[in-house]
Write a protein that binds this ligand. Structure first.
Ligand SMILES: NC(=O)C1=CN([C@@H]2O[C@H](COP(=O)(O)OP(=O)(O)OC[C@H]3O[C@@H](n4cnc5c(N)ncnc54)[C@H](OP(=O)(O)O)[C@@H]3O)[C@@H](O)[C@H]2O)C=CC1
Ligand SMILES: O=C([O-])CC(=O)C(=O)O
Length: 263
């Protein structure tokens, strides 16, 4: 079991992970938290060198795509396993190649857990048996899309029950909605790839929390999976389950990175 955990970011997910470690009686495992200067956090550090110096066995990124770009290549190159929340950063092919190169150079593993979604084990199996189509639909209440490019496509204050404001590939979804469509890339990597996986993003007055639906069909049969994962109290954009997926991946020594199987 992992003994020394580092975090990048101490927002909704980071705080949930720290609180879960408290409840588990494992708070001592959190050896460093990389935050911006003047931000308070347990064992706060402010750059990759200080995070590396804290000797974590594994670092959990829960800060966003730019933080992956800024810190994760150095950590992998230093031989430290990294668990990503911001899986969508792999939609950028140049960044994916840079991370691969850092893994090979340093020996740290890039681990991609399911995050806010589930059911990826079925997709991984079906990928071998044969899948023709995979669609992921993310329904969130209008306020969860505030501050995203959805505001340029639709009126979030409209009384319309459901508005589909994005349809495209998982790669396009993750690039356009970096804080909202990371799951699309996890689904793509587990199944038929991020270019063939179709994504729909929906502002819905029928849900109070994020509802994720995966539909897949092909030679294996067909599959529909849906999860209503309650929003984090601190961030309506984020399903609270995400932090637990990341933390279990760390606690299990990286044994649970389902999306990675297909890379
Ligand atoms: N895979 C999945 O299922 C999901 C993935 N995510 C990913 O997780 C990320 C975090 O989500 P969440 O916790 O809800 O977001 P929050 O906005 O609540 O928290 C993010 C935190 O990261 C900090 N941060 C950002 N950049 C840096 C940096 N360069 N250095 C140090 N700290 C930084 C922010 O600090 P400050 O406020 O100072 O900028 C903030 O405190 C999302 O952006 C998304 O990429 C989210 C939901 C689901
Ligand atoms: O938390 C969720 O429901 C999904 C999410 O934001 C993401 O995939 O980035």
């Amino acid at each position: 079991m992992t003994e020394r955990i580092g975090l990048i970011g101490y927002g909704a997910i980071g705080e949930e992970i720290a609180a879960a470690l408290d409840r588990l009686g494992e708070r001592d495992k959190l050896v460093a938290t990389l935050v911006r200067p003047r931000r308070a956090a347990p064992n706060a550090v402010h750059d990759a060198a200080a995070l590396i110096a804290a000797r974590p066995d594994v670092v959990i990124e829960c800060a966003g795509h730019q933080a992956v770009r800024d810190y994760v290549p150095d950590l992998l190159a230093a031989g430290i396993d990294c668990i990503l929340s911001s899986v969508g950063v792999l939609a950028d092919a140049a960044m994916a190649a840079r991370l691969d190169q850092a893994e090979r150079a340093g020996g740290g593993r890039l681990l991609l857990p399911a995050g806010a979604i589930a059911g990826l084990d079925g997709l991984v199996a079906a990928a071998l048996a044969g899948i023709d189509t995979v669609t992921y639909t993310s329904y969130k209440p209008p306020h969860a899309w505030a501050g995203t490019p959805a505001e340029q496509s639709i009126d979030l204050d409209s009384p319309i029950a459901e508005q589909v404001f994005f349809e495209g590939s998982a790669r396009e979804a993750a690039a356009a909605y970096p804080k909202n469509a990371n799951v699309s890339v996890a689904i793509g990597l587990a199944g038929i790839g991020i270019d063939r996986t179709r994504v729909r993003l929906v502002s819905s007055r029928k849900v109070d929390d994020p509802l994720g639906v995966i539909e897949a069909a092909g030679a294996f049969g067909r599959f529909r999976f849906d999860i209503l994962a309650l929003a984090s109290p601190a961030n309506p954009k984020t399903s609270a389950l995400t932090g637990y997926s990341l933390l279990q991946c760390a606690r299990l020594g990286g044994a649970w990175p389902i999306a990675k199987l297909a890379r």
